[in-house]
Design a protein around this ligand. Structure first.
Ligand code: ASP
Length: 404
């Protein structure tokens, strides 16, 4: 009897098949077939993931808080998690800036003519109003808008209140754990379809992105990917080895399915169910992973930070602006904040890039120069974002475990 292939193996095969089919369609001149007949299946799959993301984050976080059974533990886990996220994101910014400056100084970045570049930026309302907007006025609206920061706040309040209500909240507690068990079943069913999503999206990307613009921006893309890889090797390998005592090979092997899935779906939120399986496989404690991963998929975006730094230096050079040290520091701060504010969905990092450019006085319309290849940047940055979330859940488990 043949043994059923593991999910990571299935996903890997789907990835390779997707590339092969994509290349055949690209060179055979029928790329539109992938757009018309393959991508829709990927879309169905991502729609399914999106439809469960609000209940997954809500129930997973409340369930995590209830399992910790103590608001002080939630507090220490929360502080460690946010510190890990912020420090690694700041390191990501520095890595992104270093590589971008090396590429720029070596004359490797193309100088594209920004005249006529068009991009309509979203209005940013400033730090204080953004802070105010995290607190919901209408819970149902937060759910229907899938406003994940608000969903996280709602989870924290409900989780804390159920704990505080003690015995009287038993029914609520049971309801959360029962509803979460149902959602977990639903998740595993949808994840079982992941190879279809990976195959169809990969074939579509490979078949349709082989345009001229891709060639002209190849070195900018290479710079971002170099940053992603160095960050993964440096920060996550070191985290795994030093903080957890786990070999980097074991860590990346365990995180592999989520990494590939993030790479093809370009959504940290959609990858959440797969990340949870990987984190569990790597030994992350259930309640900690249930808390850290939804939070990470919303606020922890190391790949996005690297992308924003590389794109900023590149677009500044197209605008003939040489960034000073002070401006670089502004980039680190704004890109860290922008990445926190980036939603875990496809393309969100590019929308938030406008915030970094605005802070430096670079016209946001210049984003139009890179918009066509955003998906290629997005694949790598989402892969890194998700890996960072998994690394954090494993580290925090270890840090919490040590205390016992
Ligand atoms: N797609 C990324 C994610 O979901 C966010 C981004 O666009 O940078 O993590």
């Amino acid at each position: 009897m043949s043994k059923k292939l593991s999910l990571p193996a299935q996903i890997f095969i789907a990835l390779v098949l997707g590339i092969v089919v994509g290349l055949v369609c690209f060179f055979g001149g029928f790329a539109s077939l992938t757009t018309n007949y393959l991508k829709p299946f990927g879309d169905i799959f991502v729609n399914l993931l999106k439809f469960i993301v609000v209940p997954v984050v809500l129930l997973s976080m409340i369930d995590g808080i209830l399992s910790m059974n103590d608001m002080r533990k939630v507090g220490t886990v929360g502080i460690k998690t946010v510190l890990y996220f912020l420090v690694t994101t700041a390191i990501a910014c520095v890595i992104g800036l270093v590589f971008a400056n090396i590429f720029k100084s070596a004359g490797l970045f193309p100088i594209l003519d920004p005249t006529g570049a068009e991009y309509e930026a979203k209005e940013f309302s400033g730090f204080m109003s953004t802070l105010v907007a995290i607190f919901p006025t209408n819970m149902w609206k937060s759910f229907t808008d899938a406003n994940m920061l608000q969903v996280i706040v709602i989870s924290l309040f409900f989780g804390g209140s159920i704990l505080a209500a003690g015995e009287k909240a038993k029914l609520c507690r049971d309801f959360v754990s029962s509803a979460y068990a149902v959602i977990e079943k639903l998740m595993s069913f949808i994840i079982g379809l992941a190879p279809i999503g990976v195959f169809t999206y990969m074939a579509w990307v490979v078949a349709t992105q082989g345009s001229e613009i891709l060639v002209s921006l190849l070195l900018v893309i290479a710079c971002a990917y170099l940053g992603y890889i160095v960050h993964a090797v440096l920060v996550y390998s070191v985290s795994a080895q030093i903080f957890v005592g786990m070999s980097p090979v074991k860590f990346f092997k365990g995180a592999f399915a989520a990494m590939i899935f993030a790479f093809t779906s370009t959504s940290s939120a959609a990858t959440l169910p797969v990340s949870k399986e990987c984190a569990a496989e790597l030994g992350a404690e259930d309640d900690i992973a249930a808390f850290v991963l939804p939070l990470g998929s919303t606020i922890n975006m190391d790949g996005t930070a690297i992308y924003q730094c590389v794109a900023t230096v590149f677009l500044a050079s197209c605008a003939n602006i040489n960034l000073t040290i002070t401006q670089m520091i502004i980039v680190v701060v704004t890109a860290t904040l922008a990445s926190v504010g980036t939603a875990g969905v496809s393309g969100a990092g590019m929308i938030m890039l406008a915030m970094v450019l605005e802070a430096l006085g670079i016209p946001v319309a210049y984003i139009g120069l890179i918009v066509a290849v955003d998906r290629i940047f997005d694949m790598g940055r989402t892969c890194l974002n998700v890996t960072g979330d998994i690394a954090c859940s494993v580290c925090v488990t270890k840090w919490e475990g040590k205390k016992k």
